[in-house]
Design a protein around this ligand. Sequence first.
Ligand code: ACM
Ligand code: ZN
Length: 514
Amino acid sequence: MEFSVIPQPVEMRLHGDRPVFRLTRLCNLHADDESRLAKEALLRFLEKPLELELVGTGKEHLFLRVDASVSSPEGYTLTVEENRVTITGHDSAGVFYGVQTLGQLLLQADGALPALEIADAPQYSYRGFLLDVSRYFFAPDAVRQLLDAMALHKLNRFHWHLTDDHGWRIELDNWPLLTQIGSMRAYTNFGRHPHGGYYTKDEIREIVQYAHDRFIQVIPEVDSPGHVVSAIASYPFLSCFNRELPVATNSGVQHDILCVGKETSFDFMFSVLDEVAELFPDGMFHIGGDEVPTMRWDNCPDCQKKMRELGFTSPAQLYAWYIGRITAHLQQKGFRVFAWHNAQLGEDIDPSVIRQHWDMLPGENADLSHVVDADYHSYYFDLPYGMVTLKNCYTHNPAKNGAQPFGVECCLWTEYVPSMQKAGYCAFPRMGAFSETAWTPPEKKNYALFLKKLPAYFRLLDAVSLPHATKRQALPSLIRNWGYQAWFWRRNLHAMGLKKELDDRKVAREAQNR
Ligand code: ACM
Ligand code: ZN
């Protein structure tokens, strides 16, 4: 018997092939108080996919417990002996991860386990997954399904990209038009029909609780000063020139951004952040900050006046000043602030901000203590398998000269992901590959072994009803690969769009005629 566990445990020793423990409905389950959530997770797994309801009168015993003898945070040991399985966690999360491993073993061995010992603990304490719900709205049930998938892969930070040009997804009492207007766009990249949706505050609270029950902390993202067209569509005063715009329909970077020359924009942002912050108790907040073209600021009388007042000579200074005020506001409320590393503008921001790098990864000798690695060549799951290959995804090494970044994160952007089916196709098996970097120590990683484990991994995904790419789709031939590349470049051309250029010229003309 060989077991295929993903992510690969740090140590796994099998003692022979003879089954010594059989899981039947007669098994007795014992869990201490601290292992309550792990016990609930195990019972859910027994119910589906194993279809077993324990009655607990037999000779087999399964113990879940927390004990300081396991030294690493989130770590656990799992031993199978004659009629006895014991999972011991350093903490409640450790027991929970032990249960995730046990589920994979039980599924593969049809409930009959040989004697074995596993000792396991994560490589990274920040193991993230981003879901973009702005480009396509994912209803609460779909979000919960993806949180279950995170738990299955032992991931523990959910980065929830809640606002963007294409839709505002969080209901706020102080700014009702954000959802009344900003949550609906006229059409998407797939067909000329409207698309929209948003979460009520109760739905957000329920999802956060659901995440916490799976040892996942939630980081909301409210992106600004770029990526705010859905807010501008709702409240035009937020833009330079008070432009009346529809919620964005075309992909790509929008040129209309927040007018930071007007104090009313700050009043809006602080009020929004205050209301959003109340729903997210984990003390982390992502403020976006990516992709900020400054052509509107260059022409806007308000932004230009502000720059003169502050003695600024470049839009990068205006950007840094804006990010600084937003950061300080959240820090005063006790939040740790995250932002996208911004290739053009992001050099001069508060060093305590955690920077998420999607491009321009830090150099060999950079200080990585405030870096989340979300390398788009490796971890952008919306890109085709011919570009973000399974191998790139698996072999990317976020550590430099032995130093680890603060965290690692895989991202599901959804410009071209309209359904759970497509989300699954994009994310799996790549999330499995990513999880072995996030969890498994580098010296225990092995791409050839990972490929060997794929059939068992696919059976696991099928068992929990998660859609996924097939092996053929995930490992495309050269010819298919060219097909993917062609699709991708067509998609990019589509995204760049001539329309925005014409639009910019119009705004510049209007500015001159003032
Ligand atoms: C990003 O991909 N613009 C963060
Ligand atoms: Zn302005």
